[in-house]
Design a binder for this molecule. Sequence first.
Ligand SMILES: [Mg+2]
Length: 121
Amino acid sequence: MDDINDNNVSISFFKEKVKDFVEERGWAKYHSPKNLVQALNCEAGELSQLLLFKELPIEEIVNDDMLLNKIADESADVFIYLLSLINSLGLDLTASFMSKMDKNRKKYPISEFNNGIYFKK
Ligand SMILES: [Mg+2]
């Protein structure tokens, strides 16, 4: 497991891990799309709470091991519930990502932004 990182695994690897974890515990019966979306939102809330009312520069966050580990844990929780949702609906996350990025490129064309600031010609 130590050799696994973002550079050498695929989405299907994560989908399979989450599917196995859920099936081994008999949790699939509780994983309706509604429950999974709500659980995902709860985990996003836990992630958000870590930075609530804090105006920390990135350098301060990345140098705070305890905070950074909590952010990593909650980010993983969000990802796990997203994968469970994707699994339950039989979606292909890569296809969804590619499609949505294409829509975003059209919605936010580079030509309409200058140094991050929107302007319309
Ligand atoms: Mg959590």
